[in-house]
Design a protein around this ligand. Structure first.
Ligand SMILES: Nc1ncnc2c1ncn2[C@@H]1O[C@H](COP(=O)(O)OP(=O)(O)OP(=O)(O)O)[C@@H](O)[C@H]1O
Length: 901
């Protein structure tokens, strides 16, 4: 930046298009040796060898390692007049104010180095130039304002006011730090500025004191600010005219000093401390800014840097004139000044033109806003006058009353349902008693009698259990519907194909098929619809539930007499009934309900000493059981079912109504299945179409049960070896079902991610049976739907697409080496072009080969990001079945099994 002509200084920039990043303009001015220095015969250590370089003359003599030459934008020697310093180092920056660019000119240097001397000259020149420019540019209208302040001992005061009260600094989000109540005088002309300068600079206003180095040392930082607003005259009357507004600040900093050199004490010493501290902060700010704004910039550490924040590295154009004494005695201070100047040279600023909306435009806008507010006020008052607010109040009161009525009605319904349930319990019906220490429920014979309070307690406990489970269920469903698919389901949300749909619900539908909640609902509906038909065609239905019943019978003790006699477990109506009610294994969803919907009039435990009863049951007297049996026989099954259903409907709050509905349907389905089992003979049993495969798997179990009945020992418990055997049976059955599901997946084109997820869950834990049950039902339903032609081949296409997406994931999830190893293992040539696609097309293709399936699942799991099958959320589809692992060696496990299945 060199010397510039008057016109180019401002006129060329009036378009405001020149905003760009630029460096602070840094110059150094050497003053001549003063009288004192001359008196001490000091020599001049520094010399300006050209316009930009200053050298230390005695470096050889001093043997210093510090640099001997320093280069800046401009350097001025001892004999250089202030006018030239202004022209070459400050003019362009100062006149930027005319183009709407904020600017500042600093004088920095040690005490008595000539800062005030330089700044007063520069300020005067700038003001003259500004007025000269204004005089030459009549096409624009200018308004100039002037303010002056000083920072003395970290206190800001107004130099244009006689009031010495310190001024507060305020942070404005748009304009930066503002000085509260700082006077701003609108200038009449250049003489007016001179008057003001003459008022605020001399000793009586500014803090000036004598030190050994300077008779009139500035003890404060002084900031003079000239604000220039300008607008083109021809647009002045236009409503949308704008103006340029900017300020130029002339900053005469107090000089850094050494207490030893200035021999200061008392007030001077205190002033010196403040001065040095604020200058130190300024230096730190400049140093940090010079390094590219890394880290915290300590603007707020001093009032000086706070006020100058916008000039330093901000939107202002800045020039710093560093003054120094050439005297040898000040060499150290001079070097510090040069160091500061070197840093300042590196600081970037981003000068911007400030275009301000014209006052007229602003006034117009404010008037509009005022009119709008007045309108609003008028309509409000007219509303109040017309009594609308009174009617609104009345409306609200009515609403409250209506709600209160509803609450009352609901309470009545609940009480009615409760009393019906109590009646039911008193008259019979099997129900489950929640153990206070766990999720599992112990079955208790319907023949057992309970006191009213006991029954009521049971109802309350079970009801709150249902509420909490349905609430959880509801939450899960809600979570799925409101984009809250939780970790650790997906490790990486970046997966392309996961982001295809914004809603997880859509995603699940798309990639996982109908979710089990939906499936359940449909299955329940289907069961409801087909119920009558099934009754005609099916003489004895063996559902998956009744089949499990058989497994449970095998695992639990079956009535000895019947088994021994070689009769079928369903040899008579009564026996069938016993089987159906006592051993019907229930899905976990059923155990979650307060009262079993089964209406069985008797139980497996009806015969004393014939079954391994839990302790509580053993205590019950046969008389009581008989008594209850008598009561139970009076109950009509269908009525009970309806009653229970109604009870549930009324006992659960409306919040859970939808969720409850689904659960009830499943229960009803179970009930009907049991009812049919009870009503038909074993020899006539056939399976429903949808359950054929599943039922087939259990034929062997049935056989085994009839041929090898398990006998309880004398103390009524099953021998260890029997338990082991049962456990191994269970495991075999478990594996068989797993294979069943795998094959069904294959035939239903179930998405691979879904298969993998469920396969990872099937760890052989008995609780997995719940998932198998859900999955088998879902798949059976899906298969039926597919075979009935209701669903097109869309799923095959989706599966292909899924394979494609998975192949894309391979690059992310496998290293090149890992991929190569996989290709070799899967017999894919490493030269093949579409290796990844080939591999993904092979995944999950051989449902009969478990090794292939497991390996496929492992690959898909890695690609999708399943972390651990065990920890995958079992509630992912809105199901919550958190079961505690069972200890097969413990004798109590067999009691809880039926309710868990
Ligand atoms: N370039 C110069 N030519 C002639 N005299 C100068 C020059 N610079 C400064 N002086 C004189 O040196 C003395 C000290 O200058 P000035 O008060 O401006 O120093 P300062 O840096 O403002 O000191 P302080 O920080 O203590 O206020 C003054 O008497 C001033 O007239």
């Amino acid at each position: 930046m060199g010397s510039i002509s008057e016109d180019s200084a401002a006129g060329s920039e009036l378009d405001g298009s020149n905003a760009h990043e630029e460096k602070i303009f840094v110059s150094v001015r050497l003053r001549p040796l003063n009288e004192r220095e001359l008196a001490r015969n000091e020599i001049s250590d520094w010399e300006c060898i050209n316009n930009t370089t200053i050298i230390f003359k005695n470096s050889l003599q001093e043997r210093t390692l510090l640099p001997a030459a320093y280069t800046f934008d401009r350097v001025f020697g001892c004999d250089c007049p202030t006018k030239q310093v202004y022209e070459e180092a400050a003019k362009k920056v100062a006149l930027s104010v005319l183009s709407g660019i904020n600017s500042s000119i600093f004088a920095y240097g040690q005490t008595s180095s000539g800062k005030t001397y330089t700044m007063s000259g520069v300020t005067e020149c700038a003001i003259l130039d500004i007025y000269d420019y204004i005089d030459k540019h009549c096409e624009r209208e200018f308004v100039l304002k002037f303010s002056a302040m000083e920072i003395y001992n970290e206190s800001v005061s107004d130099l244009l006011s006689t009031d010495s009260t310190p001024l507060r600094l305020l942070d404005d989000p748009e304009r930066g730090t503002m000085i509260e109540k700082l006077s701003e005088v609108t200038l009449r002309d250049s003489d007016h500025v001179r008057e003001l300068l003459a008022y605020c600079i001399p000793e009586d206003q500014r803090q000036i004191g004598e030190t050994t180095l300077n008779e009139a040392s500035s003890r404060s930082h002084q900031i003079l600010r000239l604000t220039v607003e300008s607008s083109a005259r021809e647009y002045l009357r236009a409503a949308n005219s704008s103006s340029l507004t900017a300020s130029v600040s002339f900053i005469d900093l107090a000089g850094s000093e050494c207490a030893s050199q200035t021999l200061s004490a008392g007030t001077r010493l205190k002033e010196g401390c403040h001065i040095n501290r604020s200058l130190l902060t300024l230096g730190t700010v400049i140093r940090k800014l010079s390094k590219g704004r890394n880290g915290h910039i300590p603007y707020r550490d001093s009032k000086l840097t706070r006020i100058l924040q916008n000039c330093l590295g901000g939107n202002a154009r800045t020039a710093i004139i560093c003054t120094m004494s050439p005297a040898h005695s000040h060499v150290e201070k001079s070097r510090n000044t040069l160091l500061f100047a070197s840093c300042a040279k590196q600081v970037n600023t981003n000068a911007r033109v400030n275009v301000v909306m014209s006052e007229k435009a602003l006034v117009k806008q404010l008037q509009k806003e005022l009119a709008r507010l007045e309108d609003e006020l008028r309509s409000l008052s007219s509303l109040a006058a017309s009594g609308d607010s009174a009617s609104a109040l009345k409306e609200k009161e009515m609403l409250i009353e209506k709600m209160e009525n509803e609450i009352r009605e609901l309470t009545q319904q609940r009480d009615l349902a409760r009393s019906r349930t109590e009646d039911l319990i008193q008259t019979g019906g099997e129900y489950q008693i929640p153990k206070p220490w766990g999720d599992n429920y112990e079955k208790r014979s319907s023949a057992d009698e309970y006191s009213a309070s006991e029954a009521s307690e049971i109802i309350d406990t079970t009801r709150s259990d249902v509420a909490s489970r349905t609430s959880h269920f509801s939450d899960r469903c809600e979570g799925l519907n409101s984009n809250k698919l939780e970790e650790p389901f997906f490790e990486n949300s970046e997966m392309q194909f996961l982001s295809d749909d914004t809603s997880p619900r859509l995603y699940i539908d798309k990639y996982f098929g109908p979710d089990p909640c939906k499936g359940w609902e449909k299955i329940a509906q289907e069961t409801d619809n087909n119920y009558e038909d099934n009754c005609k065609e099916v003489q004895c239905i063996e559902t998956d539930i009744s089949k499990r019943n058989t497994i449970a019978s095998t695992l639990l003790s079956a009535p000895v007499g019947e088994q021994d006699s070689g009769q079928s477990p369903c040899s008579s109506d009564e026996e069938i009934s016993n089987q159906g009610s006592a051993h019907v294994p229930r899905s976990k969803s059923c155990t979650a309900l307060p009262v079993s919907l089964q209406k069985s009039p008797s139980s497996e435990f009806s015969k004393e000493n014939e079954s391994p009863l839990p302790d509580e049951f053993e205590k019950e007297s046969p008389e009581r059981q008989d008594d209850n049996q008598g009561k139970l026989s009076k109950i009509e099954p269908t009525n009970d079912e309806d009653l229970c259903r109604k009870d549930l409907e009324s006992s659960i709050t409306t919040d859970f109504m939808n969720v409850k509905e689904e659960i009830i349907k499943i229960l009803v389905e179970d009930c009907r299945a049991n009812k049919q089992t009870c009503e038909t003979g074993p020899d006539k049993m056939i399976k429903p179409k949808s359950q054929t495969q599943f039922g087939d798997n259990l034929d062997l179990e049935d056989e085994k049960t009839s041929k090898e009945p398990e006998k309880p020992t004398d103390d009524g418990s099953i021998k260890d070896q029997d338990i082991q055997k049962s456990a191994s049976d269970w495991s075999t059955e478990f594996e068989r079902q797993k294979r069943e599901i795998i094959e069904l997946w294959d035939s239903c084109d179930t998405p691979l991610v879904h298969r993998t997820y469920f396969l990872l869950l099937f760890k052989g834990d008995p609780s997995d049976a719940v998932y198998m049950e859900v999955e088998l039902r879902r798949l059976s339903f899906l298969k039926n739907t597919l075979s009935s032609g209701q669903v097109s081949a869309k799923s095959t296409r989706a599966l292909n697409r899924e394979r494609e997406m998975l192949s894309k994931q391979m690059l992310k999830k496998y290293s090149t080496k890992e991929r190569e190893a996989l290709f070799q293992k899967w017999g894919i040539s490493l030269k093949s072009k579409h290796r990844r696609h080939q591999l993904c097309r092979m995944l999950w293709t051989n449902a009969k080969n478990l090794e292939h399936i497991n390996e496929s699942a492992a690959i898909v799991a890695k690609l999708v990001g399943f972390k651990d099958g065990n920890h995958a959320p079992k509630e992912m589809f809105g199901l919550s079945f958190s079961l505690k692992p069972m200890n097969l060696k413990s004798s109590s496990w067999k009691h809880s099994l039926p309710s868990m299945i």
